[in-house]
Ligand binder design. Structure first.
Ligand code: ATP
Length: 238
C-alpha cells in the first residue's frame, strides 16, 4: 500500500463524444485524507469521479490507485479494488428495502457474518437505517436516502469513498449531520474524495481542495487556505 499518492490522476482528458469535459486534470489524494473538488454546474466534477471509477474512460492521461494503473479499468473492477462511488442523486433502489439496498452494496462478499458486521458498522454511523430496515428505499426522506446511499457504499468496505454532491437538495441541518458523519468516517481512517457545489461546508471539513472550472483545475490548496482565497470567496462562497 502506498500512503502517498494513494490516488493519483495525471493529465487526464475525458470526452463525451466530441465534447471535451476534462482538460488535463491533475489531482492526488494521500491515504487518510479528505479532499474536496469544488466547482459550479458543468465544471467537470462528476466526470472526474466517473473517470476514476471507470464509468468514463479518459482519452489521455493516467490514473493510479493503491499502486495499480486503473486508467482503463471498468467500474466493476475499480469497485473490487476498493473504490466506492456515491452517485449524484443517490440512486438507491426505490422498490427494495433498506436491508436489501445495503446487502447489494456487499455484493462481492459471500460470508454472511462479514456482511452483518459491516451492516452493524453502517448502523453505528446511521442508526436511523437500523430502525428502518424493512422500509422501501423510495419511501425514505431525501436525507435518509443519502444516508442509505452512503451506507450502501460502505458495505463494500472501500479504501476510497467518493461522494458526488451529498448535500444536494437537503435541508441545511441534514447537510450538517451528513458532513459530520463524513468527517467522522475520515477520522476513523477512510480516505475520501468529496465533490461539492456547497464549497463552504466542503472546505470546512477537507484537508485539501481543488477548484475545477470548465474541465481544468484552476486552484488547489489546504481547505482553510482556499476558504480565505479571494477568488474562491467571490465565486463559490458568496
Ligand atoms: P454538475 O454539478 O451540474 O453535475 P459537474 O461539475 O459535475 O456539474 P459534469 O457532469 O462533469 O459537471 O459535466 C462536465 C461537462 O460534460 C458539461 O459540459 C456537461 O454538459 C458535459 N456532460 C456531462 N455528461 C454528459 C453526457 N452524458 N453527454 C454529453 N455531455 C455530458
Amino acid at each position: 500500500t502506498t500512503a502517498k499518492n494513494f490516488l493519483k490522476i495525471s493529465k487526464i482528458d475525458s470526452y463525451y463524444g466530441q465534447i471535451q469535459a476534462l482538460n488535463g486534470i491533475d489531482l492526488y489524494i494521500d491515504k487518510g485524507e479528505i479532499v474536496t473538488l469544488i466547482g459550479s454546474n458543468g465544471a467537470g466534477k462528476s466526470t472526474t469521479l466517473k473517470s476514476i471509477s471507470g464509468q468514463v474512460r479518459p482519452k489521455q492521461g493516467t490514473i493510479s490507485f493503491d499502486g495499480i494503473d486503473i486508467t482503463k479499468k471498468p467500474a466493476h473492477q475499480t469497485a473490487l479494488l476498493g473504490i466506492a462511488q456515491v452517485p449524484e442523486g443517490r440512486r438507491i433502489f426505490p422498490r427494495l428495502t433498506v436491508r436489501e439496498n445495503l446487502q447489494i452494496g456487499a455484493f462481492s462478499e459471500k460470508n454472511k457474518t462479514v456482511v452483518s458486521e459491516r451492516m452493524e458498522r453502517v448502523f453505528s454511523y446511521f442508526p436511523r437505517l437500523k430502525e428502518r430496515l424493512s422500509q422501501k428505499g423510495g419511501t425514505m426522506s431525501g436525507g435518509e436516502q443519502q444516508m442509505l446511499a452512503i451506507g450502501r457504499a460502505l458495505m463494500m468496505k472501500p479504501k476510497l469513498l467518493m461522494l458526488d454532491e451529498p448535500s444536494m437538495g437537503l435541508a441545511p441541518i441534514i447537510v450538517e449531520q451528513i458532513f459530520d458523519i463524513i468527517k467522522e468516517m475520515n477520522k476513523e481512517g477512510m480516505t475520501i474524495l468529496l465533490v461539492e457545489q456547497n464549497a463552504y461546508q466542503a472546505l470546512q471539513i477537507a484537508d485539501r481542495g481543488y477548484v475545477i472550472q470548465t474541465g481544468q483545475i484552476v486552484l488547489d490548496g489546504k481547505g482553510e487556505e482556499l476558504m480565505k482565497n479571494e477568488q474562491v470567496r467571490e465565486a463559490y462562497l458568496a
